[in-house]
Ligand binder design. Structure first.
Ligand code: ADP
Ligand code: LRH
Length: 474
């Protein structure tokens, strides 16, 4: 049995979880949970990375003896170190407006089809490549580290970038499985700032006791350091005929495949081929997710989510529908007003109550899931029998039911802390627990966690009509 700590940083909260993992044991206990989100300073959105680091250390100090520590976080963002290893500036949040218009500029020099053939990545305006193209790197930038790699560097003094997160940068060659020297040079990034890659399961180093106040000798282990990669490890699926939605700030909707799909259809439907643990491909799309609801709650000053969901359940169905992936919902701001504006622009009456706004968001997400799931199955030529919903959003009963109804497949909801589970499982295996493959890990998640099942209900024709209302015949 291994006793390991998972540091799991989502865009809306971070947590340090203690994991006890053995042949038939998989238990998590929360050691620390802390706020995470954008902080605006001098007109720019940042992450508060030192607050995150301090909160991580607090959690780790409360853990007692540990066999290992693993770190996963949201993707695409990075810190820059100078020659002496000092952080240059505070990492910028991917929702910052510095990337406005940059994607279009880069794509005028590297055609989208060429970029997709190499990187297999969904075009999102905040991909690392566009963040790097937005501004010249500081002259003294010596090393780029993704967020989990930066935190692991502070804990251990060791430099490297873990592969699943590297695969989200759009600087990574998904076939050669290494940085793409060609893309890197065409976008003007000095190749030497990109460190060697690590695999999930590699030992990064041991914690620096003097710097961290932690007991000496604890290994830090690279996990699927992209939170979605860790979450997909813990999808409690049997076999391969499953889809998943990793549901939190974002909804990551897709399939697990053995190899990337780099066809024109995949590119035109804007699917991503991110790297998974054990060389799998996460073939998925980012759907805007519960972010829109989080921002409504912030603007309303209303943290009674159960109350809002009750009101949403009682609100009339299909009254107002939006395209949640519309660009105006990406940046932080007055989301209720943006929804109203979106309704005006699409000839709909704006929702009249908070419950109606929440219903609109959840139904619109379910509709986006339906389109994405159907496209994924067609493009990857893979049928699915079940849709696993994991992450914080798996607790949202109304959304799970709407998802089952819209997608026309049963939804299995849970576990909530999928990223932390995937994190501790990969660590335990690296430390010698006998999990021969992902199916063995998933079997352990199934036998130790109860899932909730939602059968599709209602009339499929209602969803067909809703889809053509929002998307026409597209
Ligand atoms: P992230 O990792 O992106 O920060 P999480 O996986 O922690 O996100 O999920 C956060 C979301 O989960 C919240 O925005 C909220 O909508 C949803 N959520 C959290 N708790 C509950 C709950 N008790 N019932 C319904 N939804 C919940
Ligand atoms: C989810 C996530 C997602 C990325 C986004 C930046 O937390 O890692 O997979 O696309 O954040």
């Amino acid at each position: 049995m291994k006793r390991v700590a998972a540091v799991d940083l989502g865009a809306s909260s971070g947590r340090v979880m203690l994991g006890e993992v053995g042949a038939d044991v998989l238990e998590l206990r929360e050691l620390n949970r802390f706020w995470n989100g954008p902080v605006r300073v001098s007109g720019r959105l940042h992450w508060d990375v030192l607050h995150l680091y301090r909160s991580i250390l607090e959690g780790l100090r409360a853990a007692g003896p540990l066999d290992g520590v693993g770190i996963d976080s949201w993707a695409v963002d990075y810190g820059l170190l100078d020659e002496s290893g000092r952080l240059l500036g505070n990492p910028v949040h991917y929702r910052d407006s510095r990337t406005d218009g940059v994607m279009e500029r880069v794509l005028s020099t590297i055609p989208a089809a060429e970029l997709y053939a190499v990187t297999g990545l969904q075009q999102l305006p905040f991909n690392t490549i566009y963040q790097l193209a937005a501004e010249k790197l500081p002259a003294d930038a010596a090393t780029l580290l993704m967020i989990p790699d930066l935190l692991a560097y502070w804990l251990t003094g060791e430099i490297g970038v873990e592969r699943t997160n590297a695969s989200t940068t759009q600087l990574y060659d998904v076939v050669a499985r290494d940085w793409s020297d060609d893309v890197v040079s065409r976008v003007g990034v000095p190749r030497q700032v990109l460190p060697a890659l690590r695999e999930p399961g590699d030992v990064v180093g041991t914690v620096l006791p003097d710097e961290t106040g932690l007991a000496p000798g604890i290994p830090v282990i690279a996990v699927g350091s992209h939170d979605t990669a860790s979450a997909v490890v813990a999808v409690p699926a049997v076999g391969e005929r499953f889809a998943y939605i990793s549901s939190g700030t974002w909804s990551l909707v897709g399939l697990e495949l053995d190899a990337p799909v780099l066809t024109d259809d995949a590119r035109e439907a804007n699917f991503t081929n991110e790297g998974g643990v054990d060389g799998r491909t996460r073939f998925l799309r980012n759907v805007m997710g519960l972010w829109i609801l989080q921002e409504c709650q912030r603007v309303w000053g209303d943290d009674d989510l159960p109350g809002l969901l009750r009101d949403a359940a009682a609100a009339p169905p299909y009254a107002v529908l939006i395209d949640p992936d519309a660009p105006e919902f990406l940046a932080p701001g007055n989301m209720p007003a943006r929804i109203e504006e979106h309704c005006r622009a699409t000839g709909q009456d704006a929702p009249r109550s908070r419950g109606a706004v929440v219903r609109c968001i959840l139904e619109s997400l379910a509709l986006a899931y339906r389109r994405t799931l159907r496209a994924a199955q067609t493009i990857a030529d893979r049928e699915v029998d079940v849709l696993h919903v994991i992450g914080g959003g798996s607790q949202n009963e109304l959304l799970c039911q709407l998802t089952a109804d819209a997608c026309g497949v049963p939804v299995l909801a849970g576990p909530v802390e999928a990223s932390a589970l995937g994190n501790v499982l990969v660590q335990a295996r690296a430390l010698g627990e006998p999990f021969p493959d992902l199916s063995a890990m998933r079997a352990l998640v199934r036998s130790t966690h109860s899932l909730r099942r939602y059968e599709p209900q209602g009339k499929p024709a209602d969803w067909d009509a809703a889809e053509s209302r929002v998307f026409g015949t597209r």
